[in-house]
Design a protein around this ligand. Structure first.
Ligand SMILES: [Zn+2]
Length: 69
């Protein structure tokens, strides 16, 4: 039996994380990161605003980034 992997925020334990949150964590922290964050915690971690993160996600999507498909 295959266990479905549940992703949770490393910081606040919010779960499940959205595809965008997982994608942006990997994109901004490195593809091999084991630490995934929700948008709010990722913003706090990187010392930017959640809107900055959302803007980046939008940019990555427009770039056709694989992580957001
Ligand atoms: Zn969080």
């Amino acid at each position: 039996m295959k266990a479905k992997k549940i992703f949770e925020c490393t910081s606040c334990r919010k779960t499940p994380l959205t595809k965008d949150e997982i994608g942006s964590s990997k994109k901004l922290l490195g593809i091999d990161t084991t630490e995934l964050y929700c948008i709010d915690c990722l913003a706090a971690y990187l010392e930017v605003t959640p809107d900055d993160i959302r803007e980046k996600i939008q940019m990555f999507k427009e770039d056709g980034c694989e992580l957001f498909k």
